[in-house]
Design a protein around this ligand. Structure first.
Ligand code: PHE
Length: 463
């Protein structure tokens, strides 16, 4: 613990940027457009925004408060606050969710690195709609290439955690966010000038209420948790790093606004282009990778724009993978320490941070190889209920594991812990006004758990 405390963030802005760096990532730019495209565009957007309003604020605040009050990562926080092991299953769930998300997230990050590499080499200059779609299929089915490109970001993420360079992340995020937003604004401006872009805007912003099905609601809730990094303890870690004087409410609002802005901007870039160039909005996970190169073709300084955007995308992905891997690394460190010191007899030595980074990287590397093989390699024939491993990892974490994690945390803080007074979680932030505390507790106790359970039941067809 002392090791982690020494690496507190140097400024409040730095922490906001790092938490936003965790939230803003492939979830906004890769996943949001493809899930929205598959689920009816405008119908999905409206349900997504409602989920952000209902779940975003109380749950981000909850994770920050758990971290800030306990000063611990997802492994130690529940025990430290509760004084017993009854909620320890939540730490295990957080750790497992982190691993499974990493299993597919690094593969998509690998696609980004591959496209960056190709953008530098002009590979897709002059490609039309069909050639771009075929190109993605060729690239993503090249097993050794995909394994190589997916393991590259694992090494980079491990290096950041190895050297414990939070100030580095902080500086990187501070530079990245404004640059990413600026670049996306420029791209949106260019795309909106394309002939036929209004069809895409209508698809994205016009709500056809008949398209809101239980599946759309479930997907929107899952996407909200995934995009805001809620439900697996990543933000508990950042809460533990928070300077005492930092205001939890304000930080949460800023992270939510930034994350939602980037997702909507991604939609404004992708959908008009999809319709203007004749792509299919329900293309699936490859959507942005086939559409983006077509957009750069249309931009002035096309080589520079492509290289800059894919670089920013890779960095945005890395600031998210850092927060994912940190959960697993802290877990291995602290769990092995707890095991080693358990009882009177010594059970060997605990793993230090470096050993934990190596163990986690090796395990994640294994998952990634399995995931790539399930898409294109030796196991590609192996599907369960029509989905390969990659699709399962993506779906199960967003729609099942993150919501259960979030449900657990809302019940833990809402019902189990004292709220006010010296021992209360809200003691971690004395700046929260009384009326706001009341609303927060009410929403956390009732609205959040009931909504999650109803959405589950609804999607199972029980309601
Ligand atoms: N929120 C990240 C993104 O949008 C992904 C993520 C999920 C990161 C869960 C940490 C925890 O890309």
């Amino acid at each position: 613990m002392s090791e982690r405390k020494s690496t507190s963030f140097s400024s409040k802005v730095g922490l906001i940027m790092a938490a936003a760096g965790s939230a803003v990532g492939l979830g906004n730019i890769w996943k949001f457009p493809y899930i929205a495209g598959e689920n009816g565009g405008g119908a999905f957007l409206i349900v997504y925004l409602l989920c952000v309003l209902l779940f975003g604020m109380p749950l981000i605040m909850t994770e920050f408060l758990i971290g800030k009050r306990s000063g611990k990562s997802a492994f130690g926080a529940f025990r430290a606050l509760n004084g017993n092991d009854r909620w320890q299953w939540l730490s295990w769930l957080c750790m497992m969710t982190a691993f499974i998300i990493m299993g597919f997230y690094f593969v998509v990050t690998g696609w980004c690195f591959n496209y960056l590499f190709e953008a530098v080499r002009h590979t897709f200059d002059g490609f039309g709609t069909e050639a771009l779609t075929a190109h993605f299929a060729t690239v993503s089915s090249n097993t050794p290439r995909m394994i190589g490109f997916s393991l590259l970001p694992v090494v980079l993420t491990a290096a950041v955690l190895w050297f414990d360079v939070n100030t580095g992340i902080e500086r990187l995020s501070k530079l990245l966010m404004p640059l990413l937003l600026l670049m996306m604004l420029l791209m949106a401006g260019r795309v909106l000038m394309l002939d036929g872009s209004n069809v895409g805007m209508r698809f994205f912003f016009q709500t056809d209420f008949s398209k809101i099905t239980p599946k759309v609601i479930m997907e929107a809730m899952g996407q909200c948790f995934f995009s805001l990094s809620i439900g697996m303890g990543a933000l508990i870690t950042y809460g533990a790093y928070m300077p005492k004087s930092q205001n939890v409410t304000g930080t949460s609002v800023q992270v939510i606004i930034l994350d939602t802005l980037v997702a909507i901007l991604a939609g404004i870039i992708i959908f008009p282009a999809v319709f203007a160039f004749g792509f299919n909005p329900a293309e699936g996970p490859q959507l942005v990778f086939v559409v983006l190169p077509a957009i750069f073709e249309q931009m002035s300084f096309s080589w520079f724009s492509g290289v800059l955007f894919f670089s920013l995308l890779c960095i945005a992905a890395l600031t998210s993978t850092i927060s994912l891997m940190e959960v697993a690394v802290a877990f291995v460190c602290e769990a092995s320490e707890a095991f080693a010191n358990n009882g009177k007899k010594k059970h060997g030595k605990a793993f230090n941070r470096h050993q934990s980074v190596l163990i986690v990287s090796a395990l994640v590397g294994g998952l990634i190889v399995l995931c790539v093989l399930s898409m294109t390699g030796a196991f590609s024939g192996l599907t369960f209920f029509g989905h390969n491993l990659f699709e399962w990892f993506d779906e199960v974490t967003a729609c099942i594991m993150l919501p259960i994690g979030a449900l657990g945390m809302s019940l833990f803080v809402g019902w189990c812990l004292p709220k006010n007074g010296e021992k209360g979680v809200l003691h971690a932030d004395k700046g929260i006004k009384r009326w706001f505390r009341k609303i927060y507790i009410f929403v956390l106790r009732w609205l959040v758990p009931i909504a999650i359970i109803l959405i589950f039941l609804n999607s199972l067809g029980v309601l």
